[in-house]
Design a protein around this ligand. Structure first.
Ligand code: CA
Length: 252
């Protein structure tokens, strides 16, 4: 049995699925890897659990009774308390439209049933690891004084707090998904530099072998709608035709 790094152990994962067999299977394997698992059999139950006790990651089935997983995802992203929790969508549907819709609604990852358990575990671990880079882990929180000295990235109306995992447009907190945040952070720390779709894919989605470059475009489009005054004439994220994107507002 593989051991995951100690710091990822005891992370809480919320599994949202109405099929008991799949819940049991996921719980068994996730717990074997050292995670704590809670489950919810309906969308409402999942939202209540996520609000009362936000987990570190959510595995969310699309096919649920009453409220489907896409609607659950939309509501999670619409609430400050749950907006930043990484979400992996599970679905029996193979259509590209569900995958794109899921990502547009703010899911961070997507797997089609029947999935490989080994791949799911690898992706869960990767999602948690990436989060570790941009949030304060209890071990290295440091003193309050150190926290006050947190590096802040600024460009025009945009202020990004890397450790707090927050972005403000003027004084308004911007609801970014986890991937949108990572993408914006990467672009802002490389101002003026052309970032190819391949580089962005590698740095933001690295482990997801079958994700294609259109995923980058979908996320940039949504990011623009959230941070640009006129998404049709972006001021911050410039398209470099046929190549990728460039952050043009140089951080002050
Ligand atoms: Ca289901």
């Amino acid at each position: 049995m593989r051991n995951i790094d100690g710091k990822y152990k005891h992370k809480r994962i919320l599994v949202v699925e109405d099929e008991a067999d799949i819940v049991r299977l996921l719980s068994f394997h996730l717990e074997k890897e050292g995670y704590r698992v809670v489950s919810a059999g309906s969308g409402m139950e999942a939202l209540e659990e996520a609000l009362d006790n936000p987990p570190d990651l959510i595995i969310l089935d699309i096919m649920l009774p009453e409220m489907d997983g896409l609607e659950v995802c939309r509501r999670l992203r619409g609430n400050d308390k749950t907006a930043f929790i990484p979400v992996m969508i599970l679905s029996a549907k193979k259509e590209e439209i569900d995958r794109v819709l899921g990502l547009e609604l703010g899911a961070d990852d997507y797997m089609v049933k029947p999935f490989s358990m080994r791949e799911l575990l690898a992706r869960v671990k990767a999602m948690l690891r990436r989060l570790e880079h941009i949030t304060i882990s209890p071990a290295d929180t440091g003193s309050i004084k150190e926290k006050e000295q947190e590096e802040v990235l600024k460009a025009g109306r945009i202020t990004l707090y890397p450790e707090r995992h927050q972005v403000f447009i003027d004084d308004h907190l911007c609801n970014l998904t986890h991937k949108e945040f990572v993408l914006l952070h990467l672009l802002m720390t490389n101002p003026g530099r052309v970032m190819t779709r391949e580089v962005l894919l590698d740095r933001v989605w690295g482990y997801e072998m079958e994700v294609d470059t259109r995923t980058v475009d979908v996320h940039v489009r949504y990011l623009r709608q959230k941070i640009e005054e006129d998404p049709a004439k972006p001021r911050f994220i410039e398209t470099v035709r046929g190549v990728g994107y460039r952050f043009t507002g140089s951080p002050e």
